[in-house]
Design a protein around this ligand. Structure first.
Ligand code: ADP
Ligand code: ADP
Length: 246
């Protein structure tokens, strides 16, 4: 069965008013989008800025509700659910943003930051179990147990992105939504982080929805690609074919 099934999903925003007496036309940020993602599959979602990628991602993460359409994740319809009802689904998906600095509390150690998703589990782990689990997640992303005691500013940009990936994988989610996760990184670091993403997909079988405006980034992490334009999916196929198209 699919892990994620998005069916005819739209999201309208109230548009800007046209002049003093003009009627406002709503913005169709996402316009009747459908997609299917299987367990362990990595799909890249590409398109230029403003085409609706983040809006779609927020709906899949149940952070925003569709105006219409259906989103099924792991066998559960997300639309119309309460926060409490969404918790089991939320635990199975994590997000990695472009700039982890923005979502890291500078006063917390890496241990606390990476452990954050664990605090939301129904059965909280002991301090020792938490440390072991954090150490394992850090190991998976190429950091060391010593890094647990450090604060965010003591890490380089690439290492900080490793930290946010460690936080994303710590609960063994079935899906990671990565929103431009390498766009803020130096080109030399970018390739290392993309290798890490590809490696985790292969080793841990985590599915990705990998959002990027860059097709060469898409190629590094996903065999399959969806191209979005003006809120719609205008093309889907194998990344190599889409890259090769004129
Ligand atoms: P506009 O008409 O708004 O100026 P363009 O047609 O020049 O936009 O650019 C389309 C953008 O949409 C590309 O930059 C790309 O991000 C994305 N895109 C990629 N492939 C397609 C496609 N086959 N059809 C439409 N848009 C595409
Ligand atoms: P992308 O992630 O591809 O850059 P977004 O999903 O951020 O695109 O935006 C898609 C469209 O929806 C844009 O036209 C944007 O201006 C509009 N939009 C996004 N968020 C809002 C909002 N909160 N209110 C009104 N319009 C929005």
């Amino acid at each position: 069965a699919p892990l994620l099934e998005v069916t005819e999903v739209s999201r309208l925003y109230p548009g800007p008013r046209q002049g003093w007496f003009g009627r406002s036309e709503p913005t169709r940020a996402v316009d009747r989008v459908s997609l299917i993602l299987h367990p362990g599959q990595s799909i890249a979602l590409v398109g230029r800025s403003g085409c609706g990628k983040s809006t779609l991602a927020r709906m899949i993460l149940a952070l925003d509700a569709p105006t219409s359409g259906s989103i099924r994740f792991d066998g559960m319809e997300l639309a119309g659910k309460s926060q409490a009802e969404l918790r089991p689904a939320r635990r199975q998906m994590q997000v990695v943003f472009q700039d982890p600095y923005g979502s890291f509390d500078p006063r917390q150690t890496a241990e606390k930051l990476v452990a954050e998703p664990l605090y939301l589990l129904d059965a909280p782990l002991s301090r020792a179990e938490t440390r072991d689990t954090v150490a394992e997640a850090l190991h998976q992303v190429g950091l060391t147990p010593q890094d647990m005691e450090k604060y965010p500013h003591e890490f380089s940009g690439g290492q900080r992105q490793r930290l946010s990936i460690a936080r994303a994988i710590i609960t063994h989610p079935k899906l990671i939504v990565a929103d431009e996760p390498v766009s803020a990184l130096d080109v030399s670091i970018r390739a290392q982080i993309l290798d890490l993403f590809a490696d985790l997909n292969r080793r841990l079988g985590i599915a990705y929805l990998f959002i990027t405006h860059d097709l060469t980034v898409a190629r590094a992490v996903s065999d399959d690609v969806l191209v979005m334009h003006d809120g719609r999916i205008v093309e889907c196929g194998k990344t190599l074919d889409v890259l090769a198209a004129p």
